[in-house]
Design a protein around this ligand. Structure first.
Ligand code: ADP
Length: 191
């Protein structure tokens, strides 16, 4: 099961990626999570990513693509993966295609979790109070949403054109969202 989750910051990609990964027995690969772990661990990769993350901007493709390429080469990815937060612009999508072609595999489905920007802003500001993520402040959230609209949202049309896109409403109960995503996966993977 190889899937990509798309959707604005705060749509619930991270939560749903973990749930889908557990259900299908594949790793959830979160580029934001890997970056945060590296920032926390004070690595060179973290040092390269931090200023962009703090500003709500995408980390440069040269850094991000190499990191994903390495991660996808690890053996636990053989049965599949749930990609959360990658690809995030058209060049990353092209790079992902190349990585998968080299591995001799293809995507099964691309899942877009939809949620309007007012709702996700509310959620992220609520999360800031609990988790204290450095990029969950109002100006940085606004920038992340702009980055999403400009660079990531066009990927839905890209994958729709390939017949890979399925959409699921990200509003409502977390379990209900998971059920919608599973239904979308089953509809694709069994067809
Ligand atoms: P969110 O989707 O809520 O913004 P993420 O954890 O996915 O949170 O990403 C946090 C930050 O990590 C992004 O704002 C960006 O700086 C960086 N990042 C994550 N994934 C990518 C990516 N594919 N390309 C470039 N930067 C990324």
């Amino acid at each position: 099961m190889r899937t990509v989750l798309l959707g604005p910051p705060g749509a619930g990609k991270g939560t749903q990626a973990t749930r889908l990964a557990d259900r299908y027995g594949v790793p959830a690969i979160s580029t934001g999570g890997i970056f945060r772990a590296n920032v926390g661990g004070g690595t060179e990769l973290g040092r390269q990513a931090k200023e962009f993350m703090d500003a709500g901007l995408l980390v440069p493709d040269s850094v991000t693509n190499a990191m994903v390429r390495d991660r996808l080469a690890e053996p636990d990815v053989n049965p599949g993966f749930v990609l959360d937060g990658y690809p995030r612009n058209p060049d990353q999508a092209i790079d992902l295609d190349e990585m998968l072609a080299n591995l001799g595999v293809t995507l099964d489905v691309v899942l877009e979790i939809t949620a309007d920007f007012d709702e996700v802003t509310r959620r992220l500001l609520g999360r800031a109070a609990i988790e204290g993520r450095a990029d969950d402040t109002e100006p940085v959230i606004r920038r992340r949403l702009e980055e999403y609209s400009l660079k990531t949202a066009p990927l839905t049309a890209f994958y729709e054109g390939r017949g890979l896109l399925a959409r699921a409403d990200g509003l409502g109960d977390i379990d209900d969202v998971t059920s919608r995503l599973v239904a979308a996966i089953e509809a694709r993977v069994s067809s």
